[in-house]
Design a protein around this ligand. Structure first.
Ligand code: ATP
Ligand code: MG
Length: 455
């Protein structure tokens, strides 16, 4: 491995004095996978007090980010490096955090507290790779495997359940059988994990580059995702397979994930649709009628995870937009663009529809849906290229010009712009200033007459 130049300085500060210092965890995994690690963590047998002294002597900047857990963060011009004294974790009574940490002098013991074998490797220039749990082999075989007894490891910390899904999807790895069983069996542990942490892991999961790996993980671990959102959905014999009605309702959404681009909002829209459908199907099975009202809306589901307002609003809008049928002509394309309100939403609507069309094509072995999609994409592109009408702001006439014409400020002015906008979108009026002004003028006269100010 090759460390970033400024990281070598902190390693030398410790090793020159006889202390061990390893790059550890995710950065070793990412390096071996050929990707550039986005964060570098180090582990050492030096205590925090010794680190402080040695780093200061070398003129390194550090901040005490987690002294109680043995962590200092070294700041350089380009990086923040976490350096932590080797430790093992004490008991976990809250299902998330160790009650206490115990410092140790052995890197192998430090590695034993880490979640998966591929995350439990260390490297130093002097010792090379330290890999007591077979991480290198699992990387080769594309396997996510818990370090030690999987059931125990997930019962210590529920977040690991989500991390298992995340790594399987983002790396496109399989899950070792026992680890997978333990993930299913530990899904209730997610109730002990903070909503924000679940959302953070879910977002990383949704960021998997390959949609097919994502769909495969979401399908195989759908029960776990239901638990992540605290949804009440019935599974066959209490297992991890959805019961039939819920499955019929949700399956095509999950399959559609395979065809989505790497876009968090698009993917959440699809996943939440699958969850809503499963919940509605499940409720119908239990109550004997289809009770769509039982299903939490996309907004409620994301609010429960304390998602940022902007994300909730965008996914809620996409959830509504995706129900719009493919428009088949120019007029329909213009109305769609206006309903989307921005180029971004148009792109995302098209991405959603393309994913659903791909699933439909596969199911029916016809390409009708895809043909309709291609035609729509062509129409939308044409409209956008020729000056799109996303909102009344795109009219060749603005509010100030209406005021100059004599329109009073207030809601009627906005209403007039909306009427003009809808007429232009519907191709009943050209988007030209002269035409718009003359219609606005006529409306003003009409309005004044109605109010009794007319001649
Ligand atoms: P990424 O940085 O890409 O999100 P990562 O695996 O590096 O993934 P970090 O949060 O940076 O995740 O954690 C660094 C290392 O700490 C991990 O590789 C793993 O060895 C260990 N680790 C992190 N979270 C846990 C956990 N919940 N349980 C056990 N070990 C963990
Ligand atoms: Mg990391």
């Amino acid at each position: 491995m090759v460390l970033p130049e400024d990281a070598s300085a902190l390693v030398r500060a410790l090793s020159d004095q006889g202390y061990e210092c390893y790059a550890v965890g995710g950065c070793v995994r990412d390096y071996l996978l050929g990707s550039i690690p986005h964060d570098w963590d180090f582990a050492t047998n030096a205590t925090v007090e010794i680190m402080k002294r040695l780093f200061t002597e070398r003129g390194l900047k550090w901040i005490p980010t987690g002294e109680a857990h043995g962590t200092l963060t070294v700041l350089t011009d380009t990086h923040e490096y976490e350096v932590t004294t080797y430790r093992i974790d004490g008991d976990y009574s809250d299902g998330r955090h160790p009650d206490q940490v115990i410092f140790t002098s052995s890197i192998e013991e430090d590695l034993s507290r880490r979640d998966f074998t591929i995350n439990a490797m260390a490297w130093s220039e002097t010792s090379g790779f330290v890999d007591p749990y077979g991480g290198l082999q699992d990387l080769d075989q594309h396997l996510i495997r818990a370090v030690g007894d999987p059931q125990l490891r997930f019962s210590e910390d529920g977040l690991r359940v989500m991390r298992a899904l995340r790594f399987a999807a983002t790396l496109g790895f399989d899950m070792d059988t026992q680890t997978a069983q333990a993930v299913h069996g530990s899904k209730d542990m997610l109730s002990k994990v903070s909503r924000e942490r679940i959302l953070a892991e879910l977002s990383k999961l949704m960021n998997a580059e390959d949609g097919r790996s994502l769909a495969s993980v979401c399908s195989g671990f759908f029960d776990v995702l239901c638990s992540a959102f605290s949804l009440d959905v019935s599974f066959e014999n209490g297992g991890s397979k959805l019961s039939s009605l819920a499955r019929a309702e949700s399956e095509h959404f999950i399959e559609a994930l395979a065809f989505t681009p790497c876009d968090l909002e698009v993917r959440l829209t699809v996943l939440l649709s699958a969850l809503e459908a499963a919940q509605a199907g499940s409720a119908a099975e239990n109550c004997g009628v289809l009770k769509h009202s039982c299903a939490g809306s996309a907004t409620e589901l994301l609010e429960a995870l304390k998602a940022p307002r902007k994300l909730i609003e965008r996914v809620a809008k996409l959830s509504i937009l995706q129900n719009r049928k493919f428009p088949a002509d120019r007029l329909g394309a213009r109305q769609l663009i206006a309903a989307c309100g921005s180029e971004d939403y148009c792109r995302q609507y098209l991405a959603l529809k393309r994913a659903y069309a791909e699933v439909a094509r596969r199911d029916k072995t016809t390409s009708d849906e895809l043909k309709a999609f291609d035609e729509l994409q062509r129409l939308v592109a044409l409209e956008i290229a020729s000056g799109p009408l996303f909102s009344p702001q795109d009219l060749c006439l603005n509010g100030d010009e209406l005021i100059a014409l004599g329109w009073p400020k207030g809601p009627a002015l906005g209403e007039c712009l909306n009427v003009l906008f809808n007429a232009v979108v519907a191709l009943r009026l050209p988007n030209s200033k002269a035409e718009l002004l003359s219609v606005a003028e006529a409306r003003l006269v009409q309005q004044n007459e109605r109010r009794g100010y007319g001649i």
